[in-house]
Design a protein around this ligand. Sequence first.
Ligand code: ASP
Ligand code: MG
Length: 453
Amino acid sequence: MHKTVIKIGGSNLKNMEDLIRIPKIIKSYREPVVLVVSAFYGVTDRLEKAVNDGQLTGRLPDGLRKMHEEALLQLVPEGEKRAVYFQNLSGCIIELEKLLQSGHKQEAPTANRIISFGERLSARVIQAVLAENGVQCQLALPEKIGLLSNRRFFQGSILLKKSAQNLQQVLQPQTTYVVPGFYAVSEKGETILLGRGGSDYSAACLAYCTDADYLDIWKDVAGYLSGDPKNIPGVKKIDRLSYLEAAELSYFGARILHPRTIRPLVSKKIKVRLLNPEKYLKTGKREPATLISNKTTKSAEIIKSVTASDDIALLKLKGSGVGIKKGILAEVTNAFDKAQLNIRSVVTSQTAIHFVFSRSDARIAKRIVDNLHRNMDFDTEIDDDIAWIAAVGQGINQKEGIAGRIFSSLARAGINVQQIVLGASEVAVYFVVKRHLAKHAAQIIHKEIFHKN
Ligand code: ASP
Ligand code: MG
């Protein structure tokens, strides 16, 4: 239907200049597109706070009204139409006020609806700005077009097949649409949030539903890089990544794409183009900083990027019984699942099971295991003085000597590797080092791979 779905995120919705460039970007396509937008910068945080804390609530709707009206005042010419945009905006603000005062604001259905208002407001303003600056377009709300989610509040997953059927019926190929990201609706019509940062995921699902060829993410970044430039000298930009490589890197804190973005794109081979607005406006060329597709591009070095993350902790179950008793893993992981804890990785041996969690989850996980009723016959321990490092590149497990090079270079630098995960992913090796050594370890490996001579 539409060839391209475009996403513009909150970090690029900070000020008037950001809004002024949106019509320029959309016009460059010369064909109808689907534009998915986030809330204006910082708005979702404020809504979330208002849900959780009593004080902010009163002032928030007024603040948001001013912020969004200001954009209309500056970017939409005075006249009848502007009055209508103001009215629509006002309708939203009044609903938000009511929800915040309703006494149910901390209950999941109301909280989800309240927190979705950042996108409800920004999409309305952006549609107006586009329409009044030469881009004919319509607002397409998830509840109107049938973008459906399961009923998991705050962390919904879009029902791709059903949503695709709905969208194919209602969206017109000749029309450009503006869609608020970050939420979808349950089959009962409730607002379901898709997780913080989730409008990338909305956009990916819309690309799936409309059979798009491209998902264009406009973002002020240089592209994916071979390492964190704050920590590593001489990093290189990565021109192409495979889906798997991009997925591994986004789970590892390369904060470019939300980790859930890749999955809906794979079966239809929808390409992701990462585009920098500033660069486009300077050069007039729409060249992706990084292109993500199903192509396996092997670089000479194999490894494309080295990243470190210290938001991890190990929960260790230790005891000689671990290897003999059946059902331990099942019982423990079931309990984690019930508590909605996300296990990032598991490494097992006959005398120990190590779970990798984000730091905040590890403590909860330990409590859960300690409270399991039956006598599990092992000790639990948390190690959170660690970081993990990932080396990512297609072919990493197929070529001899790569792991050897990584670990010898660390050994030469006197860095001890505490744990290794190799072979589970086709494109990544993970390993654990002491927290204070993470930066140094990433530098050493980057140098070994990219600046050997
Ligand atoms: N506005 C939402 C958030 O800040 C969704 C997004 O920006 O992707 O989490
Ligand atoms: Mg945001």
